[in-house]
Design a protein around this ligand. Structure first.
Ligand code: PMP
Length: 426
């Protein structure tokens, strides 16, 4: 029976049962974590061989003879670039292989535009007064945090089933010159799991921003992170932007943080040749170049894009059952009571859960008190403020499956308590 249709007495009964179950969990002294999208130890072990891909007797030479132990090569080894050009569908001149974090490339890109402008002869963002930024939400907290730290005004854009609300985006960017950018996770989005439809990608490419220095930050972090054998597909935004004459409007990012090693993989940035040339012009001053030995390891280990795809199937075999465990638990205990809605992602790292309005904070705090750490309620919205206090991001990859099942019992119990309290208070 739906809890929203229960009588006061029935709700009180649910609440009292859930509370006694909860006290039982508290007594177990659990320490479980479903907070951050980290790969589990057995996922990291999948790439153990990569550490030997460049062995100690090797002279660390790239295919063209470059000695990877020495200075030189700003935008990445040819063979490593090829790997990621094929993955993202861009040309060699449209890609830079960076360091160990795509988030770092995004931060640097914003800092560069803020200090120097988006290109030769363009006014720096810092000299243009108030800067505003579009944030599709629920979204990735670290994206929002970067633009908040720069002092930009964050504007929440609702997420729909096929991507962000494009009507709103088209209207806002065409009217307001102070809007300089938007965060996008176009495939298996963090946390909603949504992949943008072809129509949404085309509408992005066809935007007519009032600001000629408006930029789309297309964070394709989960482009190869499929959980099924029938993966979602995503249109190539750079190709679409070329068709509309907007090829300088987009920066694409990705990394192997959840392919090889989290925080010890390689990150890439792709964009029009003009944008990439401009980035390199500034990068030459910023750095002597990135870690080519790690780039060589990745190229030697994966060999080609097919190698990455085959490797990602091994990740899916480990994590798909974890997603299934979470979803089974929700289907069994939450769905029949109508006290939450959630997505069933076909890829990525998260399940996005919506409680009844006004319950998310209470659920997360009940979980914490019983030793289960969740991502903070509100984290998926700009400024950490979820207007409905309903969204909770579930990250199922890190805990072993038995711990995950235990954590879900606590979570579901907390959802029952918070929902019953809320409905009784009405
Ligand atoms: N982008 C998104 C959408 C993410 O979810 C994450 C990791 N949670 C990152 C970027 C971080 O990427 P990196 O490790 O390459 O900095």
């Amino acid at each position: 029976m739906l809890m929203t249709e229960m009588t006061k007495e029935q709700l009180e009964e649910v609440l009292s049962q859930a509370k006694s179950e909860y006290e039982g969990y508290k007594a177990l002294g659990l320490t479980l974590n479903m907070a951050r999208g980290k790969p589990a130890a057995d996922q990291l072990a999948l790439t153990r061989g990569m550490l030997d891909a460049v062995d100690s007797s090797s002279d660390c030479k790239a295919a063209d003879g470059t000695d990877c132990r020495n200075y030189g090569v700003l935008d990445g080894l040819k063979e490593t670039k090829k790997l990621f050009c094929d993955m993202l569908g861009v040309k060699d001149e449209e890609l830079i292989v960076g360091g160990n974090s795509s988030l770092n490339l995004m931060y640097d890109t914003i800092a560069r535009n803020y200090i120097f402008g988006v290109g030769e002869g363009k006014k720096a963002w810092k000299d243009q007064g108030k800067i505003k930024w579009l944030c599709p939400a629920p979204g990735y907290d670290r994206h929002f945090a970067i633009t908040e730290r720069f002092g930009f005004e964050l504007i929440t854009v609702p997420m729909k089933a096929d991507g962000p609300d494009m009507d709103m985006i088209e209207r806002l960017v065409s009217e307001d010159e102070s809007i300089k950018g938007i965060w996008c996770v176009p495939m298996y989005a963090n946390p909603t799991g949504i992949t943008y439809s072809d129509e949404v990608v085309r509408r992005f490419a066809a935007l007519k921003p009032k600001a000629d220095d408006f930029r789309i930050f297309w964070d394709n972090a989960y482009c190869v992170h499929h959980l099924t054998d029938t993966p979602d597909t995503l249109l190539n935004i750079l190709d679409e932007c070329k068709k509309t004459g907007n090829e300088d409007m987009v920066y694409i990012f990705a990394s192997t943080s959840k392919v090889s090693f989290a925080g010890a993989g390689v990150a890439v940035m792709a964009a029009s040749k003009a944008n990439i040339d401009y980035v390199k012009y500034h990068m030459t001053i910023q750095t002597i170049g990135f870690d080519k030995i790690n780039q060589l390891r990745h190229a030697k280990y994966f060999k080609d894009y097919e190698g990455i795809k085959a490797h990602m199937k091994k990740h899916a075999a480990i994590i798909a059952p974890k997603f299934k465990a979470v979803l089974n638990a929700l289907d069994e205990s939450v769905k029949p009571l109508g006290i939450g809605s959630y997505n069933s992602p076909r890829g990525g790292y998260f399940i996005s859960f919506d409680t009844l309005d006004g319950c998310a904070k209470r659920v997360v705090s009940l979980c914490k008190e019983a030793g289960v750490v969740m991502t903070g309620a509100g984290a998926t919205f700009p400024y950490g403020k979820d207007p409905k206090d309903s969204n909770i991001r579930i990250a199922p990859t890190l805990p072993p499956i038995n711990e995950l099942e235990q954590a879900m019992k606590v979570f579901i119990c907390a959802v029952k308590i918070a929902s019953a309290e809320k409905l009784l208070a009405k």
